[in-house]
Design a protein around this ligand. Structure first.
Ligand SMILES: Nc1ncnc2c1ncn2[C@@H]1O[C@H](COP(=O)(O)OP(=O)(O)O)[C@@H](O)[C@H]1O
Ligand SMILES: [Mg+2]
Length: 233
């Protein structure tokens, strides 16, 4: 289980999270929804160690990891695919994947095996192993960013705004991949502004002004009126 418990965090004098709490079970897809500036990225960065918290706990497997470095969290399986893809455009797909496997760099056999696993999960990358990442489409670059995250062998995979700017058909494909990863045992946190992501979710958290203001499960995930009213306030 991964849990953010009453987190407070911000940037310098700007407080952003005001008692942010979520709990996600292993193998679940959790979707964090909310308007721009609501604090979604800040919350997942706090989970991954990229933003310092001033109070509250980040629990992973029952332990408070809020004092751990990002690198230690990655090694323990908490991995983030940050917003904006940020693949290395002048490196091949294969080399980009290799970058993601730095935690296992001494075990080249494992890295090769994991790479083949990633190509099975993301077949579009398989066809493009030797292409420069800079020549991929936006959707393919997003898949490569996810693939790079998978190379770190995550237990918890956070994907921030995967669907931003992508064609609906690619978004569907990425959501399906997220679901399949979770069904395979990985805990997946999707940060999204696209409510369509709720279709693959086990739980949805609506984020507003640095707090979770609604939690949706089961039938509530399909309640379009409720979701619209959350967005419109
Ligand atoms: N690096 C930063 N420095 C200062 N303020 C930031 C930084 N990142 C985000 N913020 C501010 O924190 C608030 C929440 O941002 P963010 O967590 O990125 O929201 P979301 O991901 O929901 O769009 C916003 O007011 C944003 O301007
Ligand atoms: Mg964001």
């Amino acid at each position: 289980m991964v849990e953010l418990d009453d987190l407070h965090a911000g940037y310098g004098a700007l407080p952003v999270l005001h008692g942010f709490s979520i709990a996600v079970e292993p193998g679940q897809v959790a979707v964090l929804l909310g308007l721009n500036g609501a604090g979604k990225s800040t919350a997942v960065k706090a989970l991954c160690g990229a933003v310092a918290t001033t109070s509250g706990a980040v629990r992973y497997r029952g332990e408070d990891i809020s004092g751990w470095s990002t690198a230690t969290r990655v090694k323990a399986g908490v991995v983030m695919v940050p917003e904006g893809r940020r693949v290395f455009g002048d490196l091949s797909v294969e080399r980009n994947l290799q970058v993601g496997s730095w935690t296992q760099r001494r075990n080249s056999k494992w890295v090769r095996g994991q790479r083949e696993h990633v190509y099975k999960v993301l077949p579009r990358l398989d066809e493009r192993r030797n292409q420069l990442a800079g020549n991929l489409s936006g959707g393919e670059q997003q898949m490569l960013a996810i693939g790079r995250g998978l190379m770190a062998n995550p237990t918890v995979l956070v994907i921030d705004e995967a669907s931003l700017g992508l064609a609906p058909v690619i978004v569907k494909e990425i959501l399906k991949i997220a679901r399949a990863l979770a069904d395979d045992g990985t805990t997946v946190l999707l940060v999204e502004q696209n409510v369509g992501a709720l279709e693959v979710a086990d739980v949805g958290f609506f984020v507003d002004q640095g707090e979770v203001t609604a939690t949706l499960r089961g039938k509530q995930l399909k309640d379009g009126d409720r979701i619209r009213s959350l967005y419109l306030g």
